[in-house]
Design a protein around this ligand. Structure first.
Ligand code: ARG
Length: 424
């Protein structure tokens, strides 16, 4: 329901002049997609049956009726177009009104009623454990942290979730690589570096040794089945990466309410998968489970592999349902790069198919792709830029400038850290 000032003014006016129920009108009012269609629009389909007139005709009738009265002071004109009444605002009047409202409440304009604050889940950063925190995750971290603060400043309750990539076939690869080439000392000394090197080595060797990929699959399958050897390695990788991550977040001044990674939802998967089957949404195909989303132009998506291991998508589905049950949120934002656009379109469609009307409250907040020269960053190929190096470099450059311009400055290190991080 549109409840902003302009919509309310227009709705009250329509309801009075056309003698329609105010709530019905409020529910119907929309913001047109294209600017030339006006600032607010009323679709007339809703009243077409009772008036026994086609919407297109009815819009004309409404327009004539409306023009007998004086328009509200914020409205410049009304047009009838293809069954819609389009209202064009007087922007100068509206601007003056809005500025006056802001000036009269300089610290609380835009706040929501704090007696019943709405709740937003903001999921951001979400790097992959045991792979370095790359600069690609930095934008998600910054945008997500800003959105959280903006929502909070407006009076919303905010739950910040870090959906760590701490489950999936890449762990199988790491385990097999570690068992083949890894040394505990390397991992103890420089954990993220050592794990990263193992990951890259795996992908280099995989080209000439196709048995590697089966071995990795085997490891991941062991992990999913709760094998203690696999579990122990996984926990060790996770713990070491978490330490490094906490340091980075501390330096950036970013906080989370929950570090619920993908692994957090794994115990919910068997029931989810059988629900999807029972509802007739997922079907078997070559011993795997898939959902055909072709009718919605969203391709096909895989829910379970033939060895019964789960997927990124399955874990995302479980996470969304879990969060809705726990928080019954008013909005859930996923701050993730544009390359995952299709993934989120599929996820929201699956929720819709499962009969979850709250899929409409979920939104993918996209941001652009990171590339250097012609090449996109790829962990596998080893051409990734580490966030830690970016931060160090930026701080070092700030430090040099301080040295040149203001060598007498006290707290040089602190200033360099602040300026360097600020620049990022
Ligand atoms: N870990 C993922 C990546 O680095 C991002 C996770 C995004 N969030 C989600 N719910 N799928 O690509």
């Amino acid at each position: 329901m549109m409840t902003d000032d302009l919509s309310t003014t227009i709705a009250k006016f329509i309801s009075q002049v056309l003698k329609k129920d105010l709530n019905d009108v409020l529910r119907a009012i929309e913001i047109p997609t294209h600017h030339h269609q006006g600032d607010r629009a009323l679709p007339c389909f809703r009243w077409s049956k009772e008036a026994k007139k086609a919407p297109k005709i009815l819009a004309e009738v409404f327009k004539k009726e409306i023009e007998k009265s004086e328009l509200p002071e914020d409205v410049d004109r009304v047009e009838a177009l293809s069954g819609y009444l389009n209202f064009y605002a007087k922007t100068d009047v509206l601007t003056r009104k809005t500025l006056n409202q802001i000036l009269s409440k300089p610290t609380s304009y835009g706040f929501v009623d704090s007696k019943a604050p709405p709740l937003a889940i903001i999921e951001f950063s979400s790097p992959n454990i045991a792979k370095p925190f790359s600069i690609g995750h930095l934008r998600s971290t910054n945008i997500g942290a800003c959105l959280s603060r903006i929502f909070q400043a407006r009076g919303w309750k905010v739950v910040r979730i870090n959906h760590l990539g701490d489950w999936g076939t890449q762990f199988g690869k790491l385990m097999s690589a570690y068992r083949r080439w890894g040394k505990a000392e390397d991992l103890q000394e420089y954990p993220m570096d050592a794990l990263y090197k193992l990951y890259v080595k795996f992908h280099e060797q995989e080209v000439s040794d196709p048995t590697l990929i089966d071995e990795a699959r085997e490891w991941f399958s062991k992990l999913e089945k709760g094998d203690s050897d696999a579990k122990e390695l996984w926990e060790w990788f996770r713990e070491m990466t978490m330490k490094e991550l906490s340091r980075l977040y501390g330096r950036l001044g970013v906080e989370f309410d929950h570090f619920w990674g993908e692994s957090y939802y794994v115990h919910l998967l068997p029931e989810l998968v059988s629900d999807l089957e029972a509802q007739g949404i997922a079907k078997e195909s070559e011993r795997a489970l898939i959902v055909d989303l072709e009718p919605y132009n969203l391709h096909t998506c895989l829910i379970q592999k033939k060895d019964e291991s789960s997927l990124y998508m399955t874990r995302d589905l479980a996470a969304a349902i879990y969060r809705e049950e726990k928080f019954s949120f008013d909005q859930m934002l996923y701050v993730v790069g544009t390359p995952q656009k299709l993934h989120f379109q599929q996820l929201f469609k699956l929720l819709d198919l499962m009969g979850k009307p709250w899929h409409k409250k979920c939104e993918h907040i996209m941001f652009g792709h990171m590339a250097f020269g012609d090449e996109a960053m790829s962990t596998r190929k080893g051409n990734i830029v580490f966030l830690k190096d970016v931060i160090d470099k930026s701080v070092e450059m700030a430090r040099q400038t301080v040295e040149e311009k203001n060598p007498e400055l006290e707290n040089k290190d602190m200033v360099a850290e602040q300026v360097g991080l600020g620049a990022i």
